[in-house]
Ligand binder design. Structure first.
Ligand code: NDP
Length: 249
C-alpha cells in the first residue's frame, strides 16, 4: 500500500455504523483511525479481533468527543503518529429520548455535546491543516430526524439539524481550498441504537418505511466512501439522505 494514502478519523468508529464506515474506507485503501469512548474499552479486544479476522487494518484511539480538550488531544496524537488527517467522519452519537415535558437541561446538553459540539471539537484541530494542504473531507453523520424533527427527540433533532448547518458553513469556508463538507442523514439503520427500541415501536417504524426494512450500516458506509473519495471534489454542502424513502423532500 502506498505511503501516500489518505488518513481518516472516524468517531464512534467501533459502533454499528462507525464499524461499517471504518471497514469500507480501509477496503478503499484509506488509512483509518477509529475513535472509541473510554467506556467502550472492554469491547475493544473483541472488536480488534473481528477486524483482524476480516483482514481489515484499522487503528484505534480513545477519545471522549464530548470534550473539546480530549478531542484536541486525540487529533494531535493521531497526527503525530500517522501524519496529517485528510478525512474526518463525525459519527459518534447518543440518544436520550423523552418528551419536552420531561426533558431536563442535563439530557439536552448530553445530546448536544456528544452529537453536535463533538463535530466542532474533532474537526477544528484538523481544519487549518486541511486548508493549508488543499485537501479535506468532512463528513457529518446526521439523521432523518434532524431533517424532519421527531416526537421525543427535541435534543437529538436539534443536534442533528445543527450538524447540517455546520456542514453548510464549512462548505463555504473550505470551497476555495479543496476542502469539502457534507452530511449523510441515515433513516433507521439496524444497529444497537435501533435494537434498543421497543419491539412494537420498531415494527411500526419499519411498516412506515416505503422500502419496508431497516437500512444496513454498509449502506451508510457506501455513501460516506463516495463522499470521501478524491474524485468527489465538487460535491459540498450536501445532505445525502439514506433512508429507504422514509422522508423525501
Ligand atoms: P452506536 O451506538 O452503535 O454508535 C455510536 C458510537 O458513538 C458508539 O460507539 C458510542 O459509544 C460512541 N459514543 C457515544 N458517546 C461518545 C463520546 N462522548 N465520545 C466518543 N464516542 C462516543 O450507534 P449507531 O452506529 O447506530 O449510530 C452512529 C451514528 O449514526 C450516530 O451519530 C447516530 O446518531 C447516527 N444515526 C443512527 C441511526 C440508526 O438508526 N442507527 C439513524 C440515524 C442516525 P458507546 O457505545 O460507549 O455509547
Amino acid at each position: 500500500m502506498s505511503e501516500n494514502r489518505r488518513l481518516a478519523i472516524v468517531t464512534g468508529g467501533i459502533g454499528g455504523i462507525g464499524t461499517a464506515i471504518c471497514e469500507r474506507l480501509a477496503k478503499d485503501g484509506i488509512q483509518v483511525v477509529a475513535t472509541y469512548h473510554p467506556a467502550e474499552e472492554e469491547k475493544l479486544a473483541e472488536w480488534n479481533k473481528a477486524r483482524a479476522e476480516a483482514g481489515v487494518e484499522v487503528a484505534v484511539a480513545v477519545c471522549d468527543v464530548s470534550s473539546a480538550e480530549d478531542s484536541a488531544r486525540m487529533v494531535a496524537e493521531v497526527q503525530n503518529e500517522f501524519g496529517p488527517v485528510d478525512i474526518i467522519v463525525n459519527c459518534a452519537g447518543i440518544t436520550r429520548d423523552m418528551t419536552m415535558k420531561r426533558m431536563d437541561a442535563e439530557n439536552w446538553e448530553a445530546v448536544i455535546n456528544t452529537n453536535l459540539n463533538s463535530a466542532f471539537y474533532v474537526t477544528k484541530p484538523a481544519w487549518v491543516g486541511m486548508l493549508e494542504r488543499g485537501f479535506g473531507r468532512v463528513i457529518n453523520i446526521s439523521s432523518v430526524n434532524g431533517q424532519r424533527g421527531q416526537f421525543g427527540q427535541a435534543n437529538y433533532s436539534a443536534a442533528k439539524a445543527g450538524m447540517h448547518g455546520f456542514t453548510m458553513a464549512l462548505a463555504y469556508e473550505g470551497a476555495a481550498k479543496g476542502v469539502t463538507a457534507n452530511t449523510v442523514s441515515p433513516g433507521y439503520i439496524a444497529t444497537a441504537m435501533t435494537a434498543a427500541m421497543r419491539e412494537d415501536v420498531l415494527e411500526s417504524i419499519v411498516s412506515g418505511i416505503p422500502m419496508r426494512r431497516l437500512g444496513k450500516p454498509e449502506e451508510i458506509a457506501s455513501a460516506v466512501a463516495f463522499l470521501a473519495a478524491d474524485e468527489q471534489a465538487y460535491i459540498t454542502g450536501a445532505n445525502i439522505p439514506v433512508n429507504g424513502a422514509l422522508f423525501v423532500h
